[in-house]
Design a protein around this ligand. Structure first.
Ligand code: ZN
Ligand code: ZN
Length: 379
């Protein structure tokens, strides 16, 4: 609220679900929090009456049939809460129009003051209770990875592996998956977002598993890449380049360091390995109530890491199928042998990504998913 006041706002209206939850504790799907003159009020509808009173203890709770943001607006206008800051990055044009229309005509002009990421900024620094929940989510995630390996076999489909993982996640206490589980085998591992499909895992090749669970509202996120069958030299090299890049980035994490510096730590390792172009996404992101939060660990990000942030470090390399005739630089380059050995460099594409979640501390970081080893796994 202080930041909103600094920008000239008298009030603040929050409608984005995770922000509402962060400020009030209320987990229902229909809620709005309005802040005015040091008073915070949660608005929701009758379906959530009991839940809201239980979860948002300490907050004034208003229950009404109308949409919560409309109730909040009426309250704010009646108390002179103008201008009212709202999160422009989390409010659709349509819902802003609807809210404007609901205002009395003379108030419409200049009522809303767009601001970006007010609550999202607060949410980047996790308190102790949040860290405990994130730790728990990560522990469940690591347990799942260990348990799902027995289903990662050449005859299984990606969807079957994902189904096993998600089934076990529920039994392990997850409320939900934090995003659509990625199981990408063989050539499909070259797709950074290869959602589990009906494709069968190959006899030989990488399988990338990227998944997360929600525990007590907080998300985990981790990626491990394993190899089915015997790998080629090139596959082994690429895996270890990615691992080295990931470890270099983790070693660079510390409060006070710019996000761009952490990104560059990973990128420079892959550059030296001749794989920079194949690392086409950012190095990481914040995680919390949502799977993707600030800060962004990417090139050009001047934001400075602070103790209490929880971020991912997830470099990846994705090698598309090489056009016919292209010959790799390393030893085994005879066309015939390559085909029979299934060398992924020439014959088909492959990808490797390794992702951990970590807590930024004053002196470095603590890897929250370190219960899952990242050593080479050949199944
Ligand atoms: Zn992930
Ligand atoms: Zn991630």
């Amino acid at each position: 609220m202080r930041a909103a006041e600094g920008a000239g706002a008298k009030a603040l209206l929050v409608t984005h679900g995770p922000d509402v939850r962060y400020l009030s504790g209320f987990t229902g799907s229909s809620g709005a929090v309005a802040l005015l003159g040091g008073r915070a009020t949660l608005f929701t509808d009758g379906r959530y009456a009991e839940q809201a009173r239980a979860e948002a203890a300490g907050l004034r709770v208003v229950i009404d049939k109308r949409p919560p943001e409309m109730q909040a607006l009426e309250w704010l206008t009646s108390l002179g809460g103008r201008p009212c800051a709202y999160d422009a990055g989390r409010t659709t044009v349509a819902s802003l129009e609807r809210m404007k229309k609901a205002l009395p005509g003379p108030l419409r002009r200049g009522f809303f003051l767009p601001m970006d990421g007010l609550v999202a900024g607060l949410r980047q620094i996790k308190d102790e209770e949040e860290v405990t929940r994130l730790r728990r989510a990560c522990a469940v995630g690591c347990g799942l990875f260990a348990a799902v390996l027995e289903y990662v076999t050449r005859s299984a489909t990606e969807a079957e592996v994902a189904a096993q993982l998600e089934f076990m996640a529920r039994l392990a206490g997850a409320e939900a998956m934090s995003f659509e589980t990625i199981v990408a085998g063989g050539e499909r591992s070259a797709l950074p977002h290869g959602r589990a499909s009906s494709a069968r895992l190959p006899a030989r090749g990488f399988v990338t598993l990227d998944f997360g669970v929600v525990v007590d509202g907080y998300c985990s996120d981790m990626t491990r890449t394993v190899h089915l069958g015997r790998a080629t030299e090139r596959e082994w090299e690429v895996y270890h380049s990615v691992l080295e890049a990931q470890q270099a980035a983790i070693a660079a994490v510390r409060a006070g360091v710019r996000c761009a510096v952490v990104d560059e730590a990973a990128r420079s390792v892959l550059r030296d390995a001749g794989l920079e172009k194949e690392f086409a996404h950012s190095t990481g992101h914040g995680v919390g109530l949502e799977i993707h939060e600030g800060p962004r660990i990417a090139a050009g990000q001047e934001q400075v890491l602070e103790a209490g942030m929880v971020i991912t470090i997830e470099p990846g390399v994705y090698l598309a199928r090489k056009p016919a005739g292209a010959v790799p630089a390393h030893g085994r380059t005879q066309q015939g042998r390559l085909r029979s050995e299934g060398d992924a460099v020439e014959g088909h594409g492959f990808g490797v990504r390794i992702e951990d979640m970590l807590l930024v501390t004053r002196t470095g970081c603590e890897v929250l998913t370190d219960a899952s080893p990242k050593d080479w796994i050949e199944l």
